[in-house]
Ligand binder design. Structure first.
Ligand code: SAM
Length: 237
């Protein structure tokens, strides 16, 4: 295989991996990302971490098929336990999972001292982007880049974060939309939020019908609808 085999989603994530990185790809079913980057000579070293034995075996096969056993280590481990500080990892990719799962992997990795704080994080949550951004911000990361792409009628966001000495602050609205995506407001972003608006309006209508105490939820969804409307109106100008 070569990098052309990567999906649009993984190719976009790959673009944020720095040249000559020592990369750990966590949740590396088939090890496609590190293998493609190594074949392109874009990375110096790779770890493919997998917690489930089937995907771990697929990753091992993919690495062997491409003759990369001495350049990519495939490790059966939970999350960042695939990484030791002595690996001197400079970039971590975690793609194709829910944002809350990615957040929990990062949190456990931090607690188990697997993050040096110097690595670039390249994260591609399928959902739960806001919760993931909130964790990054709580941990004093700067969101240095973001991308939004569409593939097979699905929209994916990629969040890139690093730690610097200056700690930025983000508004709740920026964490909801993504600070960089909000600035760009590209057509895929607009399409995503058009769909979300319809969904959120339906949710709000059903909350108003509820006989439970949902006042807080109503305020939250109403706030989101207001933000989405403002952002879409601004993007249309
Ligand atoms: N990263 C690839 C991609 O984006 O195409 C594979 C995505 S696949 C949907 C998610 C993979 O993450 C699965 O192979 C799953 O076994 C693995 N995974 C889930 N939780 C994990 C964890 N805590 N540690 C390592 N791998 C995990």
């Amino acid at each position: 295989m070569n990098a052309k085999d990567l999906s649009i989603r993984l190719q976009k994530a790959a673009e944020f991996v720095p040249k000559d990185a020592r990369l750990a790809d966590i949740g590396s079913d088939h090890a496609y990302l590190p293998v493609a980057l190594m074949l392109q000579k874009e990375i110096a070293y790779g770890i493919a971490g997998e917690v489930v034995s089937g995907p771990y075996e697929s990753a091992k096969k993919q690495v062997a098929k491409n003759g990369l056993e001495n350049k990519i280590d495939v490790r059966l481990a939970d999350g960042l336990e695939a990484v030791e500080l002595s690996d001197e990892i400079s970039a971590i990719t975690i793609c194709g999972m829910g944002g809350v799962l990615i957040r929990d992997i990062l949190q456990r990795g931090k607690e188990k001292n697997r993050l040096s704080g110097k690595e670039r994080l390249i994260l591609q949550p399928n959902v739960g982007e806001r919760q993931l951004r909130q964790w990054l911000v709580n941990e004093n990361y700067t969101i240095t880049n973001e991308a939004i792409i569409e593939e097979n009628n699905k929209v994916y966001e990629i969040i890139v974060a690093e730690k610097f000495s200056v700690i930025p602050s983000y508004s709740a609205r920026e964490l909801f939309f993504g600070p960089i995506l909000l600035e760009e407001r590209n057509p895929v972003f607009q399409e995503k939020w058009q769909h979300k608006l319809v969904k959120s309006e339906r949710i709000l209508a059903s909350l108003h019908q509820s006989d439970q105490d949902v006042a807080e939820k109503i305020r939250e969804v109403a706030q989101e609808i207001e933000w989405i409307k403002e952002v879409l109106a601004d993007a249309g100008k």
